[in-house]
Each structure stands twice: as C-alpha cells, then as structure tokens.
Design a protein around this ligand. Sequence first.
Ligand SMILES: Cc1cc2nc3c(=O)[nH]c(=O)nc-3n(C[C@H](O)[C@H](O)[C@H](O)COP(=O)(O)O)c2cc1C
Length: 307
Amino acid sequence: MSKVSMAVDLGGIKMKNPVNTASGTFGYGWQYQNFFDVSCLGAITTKGCAAEPWPGNPKPRMTEVYGGMMNSVGLQNPGVHAFAAESGPWLEELSSKGTQVICQVAGHSTAEYVAALELFDELCPWAAGFELNVSCPNIAAGGAACGSTPEGAAEVMRACRPVTKKPLLVKMAPVRLPEIARALEAEGADGLTVINSIPGMAIDVHTRRSKISKPTGGLSGPLLHPIAVRMVWEVANAVDIPVCGVGGIMTGEDAAEFILAGATAVSVGMASFAEPDAAARILSELTAWAEEQGVNDINELIGALEC
Ligand SMILES: Cc1cc2nc3c(=O)[nH]c(=O)nc-3n(C[C@H](O)[C@H](O)[C@H](O)COP(=O)(O)O)c2cc1C
C-alpha cells in the first residue's frame, strides 16, 4: 500500500489513482484481462462507439514511424447495442471492483453524437461517465472534425449536455486548444482529454503510395509526448475543469510530466500494444515518483510545475 493517496476526481469521475487507458488502444478492456489485473487502474476508456456499427477504413490501417506509429482505423466499431451486450457484463464487473469505466462516444454529426449518447446512457448504467470524441471528420461540415472550431465543439456539447446526468468529458483534437477548451467549459463539459493523435503522412517511396490505405493518418507514440505536455499545460491554464493528459506515455516519469503540467489524470495509449501490462507498470512508477516527491496526496503535484 502506497503512503501517498493516489485518488483523483476527473470531473466527477472518482478514480482510485490517476491512470486511465486511451480510447482505441485498450479495446473494451476485457481483451487485456489475461495480461494483468485491469482492476488496478483508476479507469479505462473504451474504444469510440457510434449508435450504428461502422466498418472502419480499408487495410492497411497501421504503420510504424520513427518514435511511434500512424493509424487510420477510422473508428471501426460494432455500435452501442452490440457493445453493451458483448462487453457490458465484463465492464460492469470491472466497475464493481472500483475501476471507473468511461465509454467513448463517436459520431459524424451532432445528431449522431446525441443518438449514440442516448443509447449509452440507457444501455450502460455501469458507466462512470462518457467521453465525446469530437475529432472525427464531420460529413455535414465538409469533412472537418466537429471539434476543430470552438463553434463546432460547442454545438456538439450543447446538444449532448442534456442527454445524461453523468460526467461528460471531451477528447480534443490538437488544434486551437485553449479557445475550444473555454467553449466546451462554457457549455458544461466536466473535463477535457488532451490530446488525440496528430495527423501525419508516411509514404512508401518505392511504390509511391501511402503506407496506409488513406493519404493521412493519426500519429501516436513518444514523438507526441513533448507536444502533448505543452498542450495540456495550455489547456489547464485556460480552464477550471480537469484535464486528462494523453500522448506518448511510456513510463511513470512521462505520466508525471503531465501531472506537473496540470493534468488530473493520464491515459496510457499505444504503449499497451508493445507491452500489454504497460499501464500497470506506469501506475507503479508514477506512485513511486509521488512517494519520492514527499507528498501525502498526488493532488499536491497537479500543476506543480515550477518555472
Ligand atoms: C490504433 C489506434 C486507435 C485509436 N482509436 C481512437 C479512438 O477510437 N478514439 C480516440 O479518441 N482516440 C483514438 N486513438 C488515439 C489515442 O486514444 C491517443 O489519443 C493517441 O494514440 C495518443 O496517445 P499515445 O501516443 O499514448 O498512443 C487511437 C490510437 C491508436 C494508435
């Protein structure tokens, strides 16, 4: 048992420790059950799910790049009905062990976010809260992500806020962060997850084709970490609601940087692909760091950057 209290409150989601998993990199949780005891984590965030099933993009959808990877999975998902039926019992048991389950909500338009969130709220009573992924391309808005402007992000939040009484987080695209964060806070967001993957390109020069089936994809991994820490710091200084830091966390020290920059919680992403129990190791390293800092409570270290 650690001497430091590791419990944090992510916008009403009471976590026994700050370690969460990043949406899309941890399946629906049960895929990792044979690798480690997932109930050691403060929370898990499930892969984005829409009201109806989405097939995702054609393969190949992933490629390695220096310092990380690039993907164009395209939010493949089975739809909320199938998600709740197939994964709900395992997730309900996980939540009974004190690991909070945050369900990520996907949509192409405001109406689709509302439809998905209504289903989640009805079919997933065990969920501690929901995360709106406003980084998907919005067909109605000509292919731009709904969350890439303050107006677009605010519109989605305004429509979704009355749908659930549970905490609503928003996963932010890495653009115009402080102003979009303020717009989301004004519309009642309980917390912000910063950041989603950053668009990139990787070209096979022999075939002259993209290494994935789309020209661009989302970059993840250690190459993002310093950028993500800076963005978390900017958002944490712009709003009063809590921030969950995501991007390139491979060690407890990487997670600690987010906490010092102002994050209340952290999400482990693609590290879980290379090392399925990475989140458990990162939790024990983060705890050891908090002990070494000589505090009684991890909350004393949130935003404790000195410069
Ligand atoms: C294969 C893959 C699938 C992803 N799917 C989602 C998703 O469904 N929703 C989402 O918000 N982010 C998704 N992400 C982005 C991650 O949640 C995370 O924001 C990003 O990978 C940066 O963290 P990392 O560098 O620790 O992986 C995905 C990332 C990867 C690599």
